[in-house]
Design a protein. Sequence first.
Length: 305
Amino acid sequence: MTEGTTMHARAGIIATSFIGILAIGALAGCSGDANAAGANKSTTELVFATPPGTDDPDEQAIMADLATMVGEASGRTITNLQPADYLGVVEAVRNGSVDVAVLSQFSAALAYKTDSVDPLLVWPASTEPASFCLAKKDSGIQSPADVKGKQVAFIDPGSTTGYFMPKALLAKAGLTDGTDYKSTFAGSHDSAVLALANGNVDVACTARQLYPTFVQKGVIKEDEITVIAKSDPIPVGISIVVRKDLDNDAREALKAKLPALITANEKVSKTFGISGQPTADPEFSTYAPLVDVAESIGVDLQDLR
């Protein structure tokens, strides 16, 4: 999740921890033959994966709606999975155990750069801030400069709104992770915000789109929390990707029918920060601005494999 209703807004949101199931290192170290894994795939069924989220029933209903749309667009029976972290879904598509997935922006860029998936659709960038960094009003933390010497909760190493964008925000303020502040990965957006509410961390960074939902559902009290900083917008929208050997009939059907189905569903499109018309079969240059953001915080996407 970007960035609403609950998800990585995920866009962003589009956003439980995938790494608990599948190690990041598998992205580089596993050389299993994805073609062999996909060769025996049914031509009447598809496995669809969404990014990690929460147990919130409203969010789970939105994920189910999106899975239904993938089934309607492709004409296939759908099994819907929600692995535990952002990078694990990349590995699941790469090794052929998932056919179609919706990926957050940095996960998609990583997957494309490592030749792990085929991006099918990518939506335009949002103009809204991707992320909010939050602190308690009585903490004395009012700006990024005040984060120096504090403990920050990020979400997941593959999270766009919960890691890359807020970390870039702090880097712009001259703060280096591990030197100027300490950080931890909470595993999910709600876990990070709860850690702040419970006093376990000084700052929590989460998707902008999720903030109203956390207030509405009572995860945090708005009169006790302040937004100390807002990140830049994400330079790329959310992506639909497929395994590299997915049959052409499914690919073409998804490209032709899925965008209209998503646009017609306000909850799904809002949750994933989707607007405008997507680009089909995007080139890697579409994701190049994300590489610049990663480099600004000292991360090479290749190192995340």
